[in-house]
Design a protein around this ligand. Structure first.
Ligand SMILES: Nc1ncnc2c1ncn2[C@@H]1O[C@H](COP(=O)(O)OP(=O)(O)OP(=O)(O)O)[C@@H](O)[C@H]1O
Length: 484
C-alpha cells in the first residue's frame, strides 16, 4: 500500500509520498520535508468533489518531547489522483484500526472542576474535525460509571473514555470489569474466579488532581496529547487488583492500593477536599505524624512467575531460613526479627499460601508496578505479578526518610530493614483478634474502629477484620503507548 503524487498545498506544487511507515511532503514555507509516521495519522477525508483531501495527524510538540499537537494538511489536485492517493491512506487506516465511536464519561467534580468546560473547548473540536462519533455523558455522582456501563450497548463503541482523575478512571475500570463479568456469567465477587477481560479499551482524558495514570502513559498530563493518543488507537494492557471483604468485591484498583497509613492518608485527604490540590501537600504529612501501627497476620500466595521480576522480593525470599515442621515449613526472616516488636514468622503452607505476622504501618501494592530503570522508579504496565510491600514498625525519622525516597522515585526507596517486599498473586490481611468488634442491628460483627484502604485515591472503609487482594493480569487495555 504505497503511493506518490504531485499535489497543490497553499497554492504551491508539492510532491507527496505514502508508505506503510510514513507520509512525506515538503512544507511550502520552510521548504523542509515533513515526515509523519503512519502510526500518527488519525484520519484522511476527501472533499465532496474529490478535488482535495485532508490528513489529520499527531505531530510532536516543538517544546516538549512527550507532548503532541494536532497537525492538519490539505492536498488538492485532479479528482482521479486525489481519489487514488486518499484511498491508499484510508485503506491503511481501515487495516490499522483507529477508534471512531467513543463513549466519554466526564466527572465535573474532578480536580479544578474544569472537566466539562475543557471537554467543550478543547476535546470536542478535535473529535469533530476527526469525524469521531462521540457520546459525552456528564456524571452526576459517584458510582455512575458502573450504572451507565451496566446496560450500555458496548458493541456500538470502539472505546470508553474517562475524563477525570485517577479515581474516576478507577470507577470506569470497575464499571467495565463488572459489566464484562455479568455478560460472561462470571461471579466477580468470588475472589478465586478467573475474570474475563473487557472487549473495549479505556482512554483517559486528564482532568483530576494527580492524573498519575495519564502521566505514566504519555509522560505528560497535556489534554490535547491524551485526546490524540486515544485517536491514534494504540493500546497497552494493564493489570488490576481486586479487593474482597466477606465474599464481596469492594473494588478493583488500577493504580495504587494501600492499607494502613496510605488508607488513613486518603481518608484524611477526602475530609479536606475543600483545600483543593493543596491537601496533598499538607494532609499526608499530618497523617504521617499521627501514624498508627496495626497488628496483622498476612497470608500471601507467592507469584507463579516471580522469576521475571527484579524487585527486592526475590532477594527477601532467598534470605529466609526454612525449617520443615510437619506439613508446614516455618521460615524465620532474619531482618524482620531485628526490626519488628511482634515476632515475624513466615509459614509455608503446603497449598502454596504463606503466612507472616507483624506490627505494621502499611501493606500496599501497585497494579501499575514501579520498577527501577535508569536510576529512577518507572511505571511498568502489565507486569507479571503484584509486589506486596509491608512497612513494619520503625522510627519516625527513618520512615520519613524512606517515604521521601519513594516520593522522589529513587530506586533504593525500599531498601530499608523495616520494608518487606514479596512478589505475589494474592494476599489476605487479617487484623489481630484483639481488634474491637461491634454487633450491628442485623447481628453482623463489624469493626468498631476505622481502618481504610486507599484504592486509587478513594478511601474504602473496612467493615470486617479481614480483606483479600487478588491480582488480575492484563485485565484491560488502555489507549496510549507508555513513554518508558
Ligand atoms: N458527579 C460526579 N461524578 C463522578 N464522581 C464524582 C462526582 N462528584 C464527585 N465525585 C467523586 O469524585 C471522585 C473521583 O475524583 P477524580 O479522581 O475524578 O478527581 P480527583 O480526585 O480530583 O483527581 P485524582 O484522582 O487524579 O487525584 C469519585 O471517586 C467520586 O467520589
Amino acid at each position: 500500500m504505497e503511493g506518490s503524487g504531485q499535489f497543490i498545498v497553499d497554492g504551491q506544487h508539492v510532491a507527496a509520498e505514502f508508505t506503510s511507515d510514513h507520509l512525506i511532503w515538503t512544507d511550502t514555507s520552510s521548504k523542509k520535508e515533513v515526515w509523519v509516521e503512519t502510526d500518527n495519522i488519525i484520519c484522511c477525508t476527501t472533499t465532496t468533489e474529490e478535488t482535495g483531501f485532508e490528513v489529520v495527524y499527531a505531530a510532536k510538540s516543538k517544546k516538549n518531547d512527550s507532548k503532541l499537537r494536532e497537525g492538519r494538511i490539505v492536498f488538492s489536485g485532479p479528482a482521479d489522483k486525489v481519489r487514488i492517493f486518499s484511498r491508499i491512506i484510508q485503506g491503511y487506516l481501515a487495516e490499522n484500526k483507529r477508534p471512531r465511536r467513543l463513549l466519554i464519561l466526564i466527572n465535573p467534580e474532578s480536580g479544578k472542576k474544569r472537566g466539562y468546560k475543557d471537554y467543550v473547548n478543547k476535546v470536542q473540536p478535535i473529535l469533530e474535525r476527526c469525524g469521531i462519533q462521540a457520546e459525552a455523558v456528564v456524571t452526576t455522582g459517584k458510582g455512575q460509571p458502573t450504572e451507565i456501563l451496566g446496560d450500555y450497548d458496548l458493541d456500538s463503541i470502539d472505546g470508553l473514555v474517562a475524563m477525570g482523575g485517577d479515581g474516576f478512571y478507577c470507577e470506569c475500570l470497575n464499571g467495565l470489569i463488572v459489566r464484562r463479568q455479568t455478560d460472561a456469567g462470571v461471579d466477580f465477587n468470588d475472589s478465586t474466579a478467573e475474570l474475563s477481560a473487557p472487549t473495549i479499551p479505556i482512554g483517559i482524558l486528564p482532568a483530576g488532581t494527580g492524573d498519575y495514570v495519564v502521566q505514566y502513559l504519555h509522560g505528560t498530563r497535556c489534554l490535547v496529547t491524551a485526546v490524540l493518543r486515544i485517536l491514534m488507537g494504540k493500546s497497552v494492557n494493564t493489570n488490576s487488583a481486586s479487593i474482597h471483604e466477606d465474599n464481596r468485591c469492594l473494588a478493583h484498583s488500577g493504580l495504587v492500593l494501600g492499607f494502613g497509613l496510605f488508607g488513613d492518608m486518603m481518608h484524611n485527604c477526602e475530609k479536606y477536599r475543600w483545600m483543593g490540590s493543596n491537601r496533598y501537600n499538607i494532609v499526608p504529612i499530618a497523617s504521617l505524624l499521627r501514624r498508627r501501627t496495626v497488628d496483622v497476620e498476612i497470608e500471601y500466595l507467592p507469584a507463579k512467575s516471580s522469576a521475571s521480576t527484579s524487585s527486592p522480593s526475590s532477594r527477601d525470599f532467598k534470605r529466609q531460613i526454612s525449617l520443615p515442621v510437619g506439613n508446614y515449613k516455618v521460615s524465620m526472616a532474619p531482618r524482620l526479627r531485628r526490626q519488628s516488636s511482634v515476632p515475624d514468622i513466615l509459614i509455608n503452607i503446603t497449598n502454596g499460601w504463606q503466612k507472616t505476622t507483624g506490627r505494621v504501618y502499611a501493606v500496599d501494592t501497585h497494579p501499575i508496578v514501579m520498577a527501577a530503570k535508569d536510576g529512577r522508579m518507572r511505571p511498568c504496565f502489565g507486569a507479571e505479578n503484584l509486589t506486596m510491600t509491608v512497612t513494619d514498625k520503625c522510627s519516625l525519622s527513618k520512615h520519613v526518610q524512606q517515604l521521601s525516597l519513594v516520593n522522589d522515585e529513587k530506586p533504593d526507596c525500599y531498601n530499608f530493614d523495616f520494608v518487606r517486599q514479596m512478589n505475589v498473586d494474592a494476599f489476605k490481611v487479617r487484623l489481630s483478634s484483639s481488634t474491637p468488634l461491634r454487633i450491628t442491628k442485623t447481628g453482623r460483627k463489624e469493626l468498631d474502629k476505622n481502618f481504610f484502604i486507599n484504592c486509587d485515591g478513594e478511601a474504602i472503609r473496612l467493615t470486617t477484620p479481614q480483606f483479600e487482594v487478588r491480582f488480575h493480569r492484563n485485565i484491560v487495555s488502555l489507549f496510549g503507548t507508555p513513554s518508558t
